[in-house]
Design a protein around this ligand. Structure first.
Ligand code: MRU
Length: 356
């Protein structure tokens, strides 16, 4: 999608270097960062210069490529893979991408391994673009239906950033929105700020603005009253891990939005590419929920008057806090899942019908 009218992807490989858009600096500064070692990729994932389930998966795939360039020895590659998977625990895409790289590279001789690894990491990216585009085309049908009935602007609420910045292109939750906008359907997006890191305010609103899509940032707690006032036609969010029973783990606060949507009879959709499905875990209480540094709660970043990014402290160091990064929305609150293969109920039967 576009930044200042120019098309970008969130990650690309060039001259033995991985290039990313540093998302910790958006929307204030647009910086392309170069990652040259596997450690650079691990740090970039931990520090959330890249974030969003599909993008951290793709970054990990390129991390494997950089590990091979650094030291083409199995023990080093194995350790790198382990560290990549552990960089962030909740999104299953990270493990999925590393496992996929490993199975592709198994038994390949050391002369060929690098070129095959580069090809596979690029393939993971291209596949994700295709998945997200397809999610958009299926999701478009839902928006079209609402528009046909309402004959007015479709108001969509989203949480966190499941936009193109969280993927390689298009996004998951935003892809139907981009497709609807391109078809001329009037759209307005309520963008949850998404404390503590403000991915909604800093990233979703930014990317929608760059594509000229009408949007309004709201506090995380404002969604409920907007739903009660009839100002939300549908909710659509992304996911970091969806279990085969349809339970969805996504950015903290998603669950509360789903509860409010149910209370107000508003459809609640989750958009996901299939690598985000965890077919193995049976119980959502077993999903590792990332607990991040409490510094993310007690401080906030923004621009000072001279245009520099500054971090300020909101409350004292000795105030106790807990920073849980994700929660689980039970399948019963989800109207449908929108996948690259079609729309289905959030249930094992329906998911398995689509992904045999
Ligand atoms: O902590 P983040 O910013 O990586 O969390 C991102 C989300 O929760 C997204 O909704 C999810 O990864 C889906 S991205 C298409």
């Amino acid at each position: 999608m576009k930044i200042k009218g120019k098309d970008y992807k969130t990650i690309w490989f060039d001259n033995n270097t991985v290039k990313i858009i540093d998302q910790t600096k958006l929307p204030h500064k647009f910086i392309i960062k170069e990652l040259k070692t596997v450690e650079d990729t691990i740090n970039s994932i931990i520090n959330m210069e890249v974030r969003g389930a599909p993008l951290i998966g793709a970054t990990a795939a390129f991390g494997v490529v950089l590990a091979i360039i650094e030291k083409n020895e199995q023990s080093f590659i194995d350790k790198s893979c382990k560290d990549l998977i552990n960089a962030r625990p909740t999104a299953i895409n990270l493990k999925w991408a590393v496992d996929r790289m490993n199975s592709k590279l198994k038994g390949i001789n050391s002369d060929e391994i690098l070129s095959i690894a580069i090809k596979e990491a690029n393939e993971i990216c291209n596949e994700d673009i295709g998945f997200c585009k397809s999610i958009g085309l299926y999701g478009l049908k839902i928006i079209e239906e609402i528009f046909k009935k309402k004959k007015g602007t479709v108001n969509i609420l989203t949480h966190c950033n499941a936009g193109w910045l969280a993927t390689i292109d298009w996004g998951t939750a935003t892809s139907p929105i981009y497709h609807a906008h391109q078809k001329g359907i009037p759209i307005h997006v309520w963008v949850d700020e998404t404390r503590p890191r403000n991915q909604g305010a800093n990233l979703t609103s930014f990317e929608l603005n760059e594509e000229n899509i009408n949007n309004t940032i709201i506090t995380d707690n404002a969604g409920g009253i907007l739903m009660q006032r009839g100002e939300v036609d549908m909710c659509i969010v992304g996911t970091d891990r969806t279990l085969s029973n349809g339970d969805v783990c996504n950015k903290i606060g998603t669950y509360l939005k789903a509860l409010a949507a149910r209370d107000n009879n508003i459809p609640f959709y989750v958009a996901l590419p299939s690598p985000t499905i965890d077919w193995n875990l049976k119980n959502s209480s077993e999903i590792p929920i990332e607990e991040r540094n409490s510094d993310e709660l007690s401080t906030i970043e923004g621009l000072d008057k001279s245009g520099e990014i500054q971090k300020v402290q909101i409350y004292p160091d000795d105030s106790k806090s807990l920073n849980l990064a994700f929660d689980v929305t039970p399948a019963k609150y989800i109207t449908s899942l929108i996948t690259e293969k079609g729309i289905c109920d959030a249930s094992e039967d329906d998911l398995r019908k689509l992904f045999k």
